[in-house]
Design a protein around this ligand. Structure first.
Ligand code: FAD
Length: 371
């Protein structure tokens, strides 16, 4: 049974829901406060990479995810003519009952975590914007508009870097890179049966993530500097795919007029110093803003929750829990942050040293074992 009995979480995104699930499974009473009126359901894909699937298994939701996803055993990079440039095998880290990796709908992943939270007794408050996190007389506190006031043993800020007025920013390293990914769901392109990077003739890329037999997510990289910034509409996305030539051009027709295009600027940042202060811990995007390369932006958020879940049942008190969390998470997240940031910088400005397979090889031993 967890020593920290009452845990409050600001944010019901990936990291908040995963942490809520981890804490509830460890026996804590958990309340989640989410600013949005309902669970987000972005029409986009997410690649559930091997270390993320392993950590979802530790949270008890891997099987439910696998039922909704599309399994794969490697990722491949193809050039404009459809020739394989390189292939990176996906190691099996989640146990014999699970595939090595998979793609799934982002909304399905959030819904799976949400269902598991509800089944574990987590109390979710929608339309509850937290404005401040603090520590008073040794108690954690989350407060906000309309009388929102929660007090307990540990408060977790789980989400966007600047979500609370009381939180300092991520530090000098936090920045928006001059590129963005536009996400859209389409019918699965013929012949795409795994995570596939398609490099177009213009040097831009499209990442194809099959999410089911009939569906896939496209994530299209573009230059997001003022002046170059293209529109995020189905028609504009089709045009960009056509300009890329090769396999991406063939996918243009799959983008329907009624599709929703979600634009995500690429950001990078890492909290300098500990992720905790007093009785408040920051996880997910409020502690580490990672470019989504190698699936690590999401995977590192789930890893925060998995580590919390493994520490809570035996942590003798909050101080030692936070110290152990710090020891297991910060250096590792910093290593992954450096690798994914390098990948993002190389995307738009390739150098003679650009070598994505080498970056993947650097990453593999870091995330191979649970944190
Ligand atoms: C469409 C999409 C596709 C993606 N694809 C990938 C991918 O393929 N691979 C990958 O690695 N990463 C991907 N990512 C990024 C990855 O999901 C993020 O790194 C991850 O979501 C970070 O999770 P988070 O919960 O910390 O933050 P967020 O997802 O930003 O969630 C924060 C939550 O907090 C809520 N909130 C904000 N302010 C407040 C407040 N004041 N009070 C209460 N609640 C508040 C927000 O409404 C939100 O629900 C994708 C993200 C999106 C949206």
């Amino acid at each position: 049974m967890a020593t920290l009995r009452r845990i409050g979480i600001a944010g019901a995104g990936l990291s908040g829901l995963a942490a809520a699930l981890a804490a509830a499974r460890a026996g804590a009473q958990v309340e989640v406060f989410e600013a949005a009126a309902r669970l987000a359901a972005p029409p986009a894909s997410i690649d559930v990479v091997p270390n993320m699937l392993r950590d979802l298994a530790a949270l008890g939701v891997a099987e439910a995810c696998v039922r909704k996803g599309f399994a794969y055993t490697s990722m491949v990079c193809v050039d404009a003519a459809g020739r394989t440039q390189f292939e990176i095998p996906a190691p099996s880290l989640a146990g014999a009952a699970c595939p090595a990796a998979m793609g799934m709908g982002y909304a399905d992943l959030l819904a799976t975590l949400h269902e598991a939270c509800v089944a574990q007794g987590v109390r979710l408050h929608w339309g509850a914007r937290v404005e401040r996190s603090s520590t008073h007389a040794g108690q954690a506190r989350l407060s906000g508009a309309a009388g929102l006031l929660w007090q307990g043993d540990l408060a977790i800020v789980a989400g966007a870097a600047s979500m609370l007025q009381s939180e300092p920013p991520l530090g000098a390293t936090s920045q928006r890179l001059p590129q963005r990914w536009d996400h859209v769901l389409v019918a699965r392109p013929r012949g795409i049966d795994r995570l596939t990077w398609c490099v177009g003739t213009s040097g831009l890329k499209v990442l194809v993530v099959p999410t089911g037999v009939a569906q896939a997510g496209l994530a299209v990289l573009c230059d997001d500097t003022p002046g170059a910034r293209p529109a995020a509409t189905p028609a504009a996305l089709r045009q960009r795919l056509q300009q890329m030539g090769g396999a991406p051009a063939a996918m243009a027709a799959l983008v329907r007029d009624d599709a929703t295009v979600i634009s995500r600027p690429v950001q990078t940042g890492l909290l300098s110093g500990p992720w905790h202060r007093g009785a408040v811990l920051r996880i997910g995007a409020s502690a580490h803003l990672l470019p989504p390369h190698f699936g690590q932006a999401a995977a590192q958020s789930i890893e925060d929750a998995a580590v919390l879940g493994s520490l809570l049942p035996t942590a003798p008190d909050r101080r030692r829990l936070l110290a152990q969390f710090h020891a297991r998470r910060t250096a590792r997240a910093a290593q992954v942050h450096a690798i994914t940031t390098q990948a993002a910088l190389w995307d738009l400005h390739p150098e003679p040293a650009t070598d994505f397979p080498a970056l993947a090889q650097q990453l593999a031993p870091i995330v191979e074992h649970a944190a």
